[in-house]
Write a protein of this length. Structure first.
Length: 216
């Protein structure tokens, strides 16, 4: 094979590899599979960010009220205070939900994953305030980009402080894998695996500890 032909093959292979890579949604730079995200506050969409853009938007004012860097801390909240009565008072129709402060609404909102996508539930704010008082860690959630993720399905009692992208990932899993009325055994195995993986990546923290003890 001639040198010219070899260069053409090498160039084509390089172009194919580049096409397979993810790219920063702001500057177009190629990025590795593990990367940070920005939240577009106008349309609530996540955007992939390269290291340079991540550093730029790591400063609070850099987004100009348009973009916000999604944090990467994950806390498994052991000893979280939320009994069955308090859960019922929140009026969540299912046993899995996430809660975050939505800045454009000026309040905490609740969503639950469903086969149709993320579904908002009308949240009893008085009941939520009671839970916040019992678990001071909730007052430290970063607006829009961090959430309390609750899993009480099938006897579980799991509570996590997570980046909002994790909640969207769970929504996507359920939306894609749910079958029939009950979901099917496969989706429940994947949900179990999702929370096991999340627990493995999370730092354990107690909601009543001082901030310095649990903040990553």
């Amino acid at each position: 094979m001639s040198g010219s032909r070899l260069r053409q093959v090498a160039r084509r292979a390089s172009e194919e590899r580049a096409a397979e890579l993810e790219h920063c949604d702001l500057c177009g730079e190629a990025i590795p599979p593990e990367h940070r995200h920005l939240l577009d506050l106008r349309n609530r969409e996540l955007m992939c960010a390269c290291r340079a853009c991540k550093i730029l938007f790591d400063r609070g004012a850099a987004g100009g009220g348009h973009y916000r860097l999604v944090p990467d801390r994950r806390l498994r909240l052991t000893g979280f205070e939320l009994d069955d009565v308090a859960w019922e008072e929140l009026r969540i129709p299912v046993e899995m939900a996430f809660f975050f402060h939505r800045s454009d609404a000026g309040r905490v909102v609740a969503y639950y994953p469903s086969p149709a996508g993320p579904t908002e539930s009308l949240l009893d704010l008085d009941a939520w305030e009671e839970i916040e008082r019992a678990n001071p860690v909730l007052g430290e959630l970063e607006p829009d980009v961090e959430a309390l993720l609750v899993n009480r399905s099938r006897g579980a009692r799991d509570y996590f402080l997570v980046p909002i992208e994790d909640c969207y990932a769970l929504v996507g899993l359920i939306r894609m894998r749910w079958r029939g009325l009950t979901g099917g055994s496969e989706v429940w195995e994947e949900i179990k695996g999702f929370f096991e993986g999340l627990a493995a990546r999370s730092q354990e923290a107690h909601p009543e500890r001082e901030e310095a003890a649990w903040r990553s």
